[in-house]
Design a protein around this ligand. Structure first.
Ligand code: FAD
Ligand code: NAD
Length: 467
């Protein structure tokens, strides 16, 4: 009999494949199992999530800019046209290249890869069912099987007329009217893509605001900007049914609090009301791994209630984000190897890759108020930032929240071009337990948008200089 593995990882998304790399680096004997038919590694993120959506966002943003903004910059274009086939192909090329990159990293770190469905048949025993089957003996198992779309009863997804985010990454033509159910990250990112490509887009959101977990001021201003871009919103509304006709879907929409229903006709409906952990077929019931009411695997520092069985990423509590899954994977393997693995969930940034981008880390004003924490606010608009003004991209602002007594940075919220890059500074400062004054007194290159972060930090003590 061959030596058992030190760790078998089920699921090759950002959680699983980064856990595998770290295990390889630490000299552990490691295998990873992936059930995707395409035999592509990288999970939801690389195949049908972060990467393809960003490829479409990037290309569609340039398309819209070429149509609307280039002339003002002195660049004339004639014959601008959309080649949707090529736009989708470059997205597939990006996915292809990056998934191959993950396969290379598995080899480099001596990770054995199995393609097939993994099932835990006993603690320390994993069955792989695929083209070839195997039973793997292992000291540890990591569940990294990710998440799936939360369904909406009465609005059944067929990936043609009623689609999930996966269908929205490959629509064969631009719909005339796209109705998005859910004004969260997926709805606003993929809604933006198809609006830029020519669709009329209506977002139906249950709550009275979009991006409900973001800072209130940010989501309010963002909704205003999206409205100006042409997105229609129906807030405080719920979809109660969908009737599929040959070329249309008739949606019944009611006020969330109850009232008269109205009909909205859509060519395509995107269901984007959240995601839930995916653990079907894993055999968790065989060994008694505990889940909570939402199907989230209950863990303590990635340990489930069963010895030697660990869980990470979208299957456990916390934000469903690729970089959070990655950090979970690394910390989980380090703990397994007797090291001090740790993830600081207070400093996991969150980015919405629309135009402008939204980026956030730490507490929102609403959360600080609810926790009765006294705080100070520094704010700076991009309209006063020289680089943003020069480039005619002045939408948005930076907001820094700091503890009223200690000045420690408690949160940072940015709406503006490249907000996703700018937030890294606030994340680093927060990770070091830094103060707003640390940002305010740090030299920032001129002319850059990062100066807006500094000016906002100066504002915490009331000495913003450039507005
Ligand atoms: P996953 O990436 O879901 O990987 C799990 C893998 O396990 C899958 O490949 C699945 O096939 C496999 N699997 C499941 N069951 C088994 C089994 N029994 N045996 C073998 N394999 C199995 N996050 C960001 O941070 N930034 C973004 O820009 C972003 N954009 C997104 C856009 C969209 C449209 C979507 C849907 C998600 C996006 N996310 C983004 C979220 C991100 O994709 C997830 O948080 C992340 O992929 C979670 O990683 P994971 O490793 O936990 O799981
Ligand atoms: P979400 O949680 O971001 O947003 C769902 C929205 O739908 C919320 O605003 C919610 O109030 C609303 N909603 C819920 N039920 C509803 C109903 N019945 N009718 C109308 N509205 C309803 O979820 P998502 O947009 O589906 O994204 C899923 C996850 O994927 C997110 O949690 C996010 O972590 C991840 N993701 C991240 C990124 C990124 O990091 N840029 C991009 C895409 C997805």
């Amino acid at each position: 009999m061959s030596e058992p593995y030190d760790v078998v990882i089920i699921g090759a998304g950002p959680g699983g494949y980064n856990a595998a790399i770290r295990a390889g680096q630490l000299g552990l004997k490691v295998a990873i199992i992936e059930k995707r038919d395409s035999k592509k590694l990288g999970g939801t993120c690389l195949n049908v999530g972060c990467i393809p959506s960003k490829a479409l966002l990037h290309a569609s943003e340039l398309y819209e800019a070429a149509g609307n903004n280039f002339e003002g910059l002195g660049i004339k274009i004639s014959g601008l046209a959309l080649d949707l086939g090529q736009l989708l192909k470059q997205k597939d090329d990006a996915v292809d290249g990056l998934t191959k990159g993950v396969a290379y990293l598995m080899k480099k770190n001596k990770v054995e890869t199995f393609f097939g469905a993994g099932e835990i048949i006993a603690p320390g025993k994993v069955r792989v069912s695929g083209e070839t089957s195997a039973e793997l003996d292992t000291k540890n198992i990591i569940i990294a099987t990710g998440s799936e779309v939360t369904p909406l009863p009465g609005v059944e997804i067929d990936e043609k007329q009623i689609i999930s985010s996966t269908g929205a990454l490959s629509l064969p033509s631009v719909p005339k009217h796209l109705v998005v159910i859910g004004g969260g990250v997926i709805g606003l990112e993929l809604g933006s893509v198809w609006r830029r490509l020519g669709a009329e887009v209506t977002v139906v959101e249950y709550l009275d605001r979009i991006l409900p977990t973001m800072d209130g001021e940010v989501s309010k201003q963002f909704q205003r900007i999206l409205k100006k871009q042409g997105v229609n919103f129906k807030l405080s509304s719920k979809v109660t049914g969908a009737e599929k006709l040959k070329t249309k879907v008739k949606l019944s929409v009611e006020p969330a609090a109850g009232g008269d229903a109205e009909q909205i006709d859509a060519d395509v409906v995107l269901v984007a009301i959240g995601r839930r952990p995916f653990t079907i077929g894993l055999g968790l019931e065989n060994i008694g791994v505990k889940l909570d009411k939402r199907g989230v695997i209950i863990t303590d520092h990635f340990r489930t209630n069963i010895d030697g069985v660990w869980a990470i990423g979208d299957t456990i509590d916390g934000p469903m984000l690729a970089h959070k899954a990655e950090d979970d994977g690394v910390a989980c393997v380090e703990l397994m190897a007797g090291k001090a693995g740790h993830v600081n969930y207070e400093t996991v940034p969150s980015v919405v890759y629309t135009y402008p981008e939204i980026a956030s880390v730490g507490k929102t004003e609403e959360e600080l108020k609810a926790a009765s924490i006294k705080y100070k606010v520094g704010k700076f608009p991009f309209a006063a930032n020289s680089r943003a003004k020069t480039n005619h991209e002045t939408d948005g602002f930076v907001k820094v929240l700091a503890d009223a007594a200690s000045d420690r940075v408690l949160g940072c919220h940015i709406i503006g071009r490249e907000a996703g890059e700018l937030i890294a500074e606030a994340v680093s400062v927060m990770e070091f337990g830094g103060a707003s004054e640390d940002i305010a007194r740090t030299c920032h290159a001129h002319p850059t948008r990062s100066e807006a972060v500094r000016q906002a930090a100066m504002g915490v003590e009331g000495w913003t200089m450039q507005a």
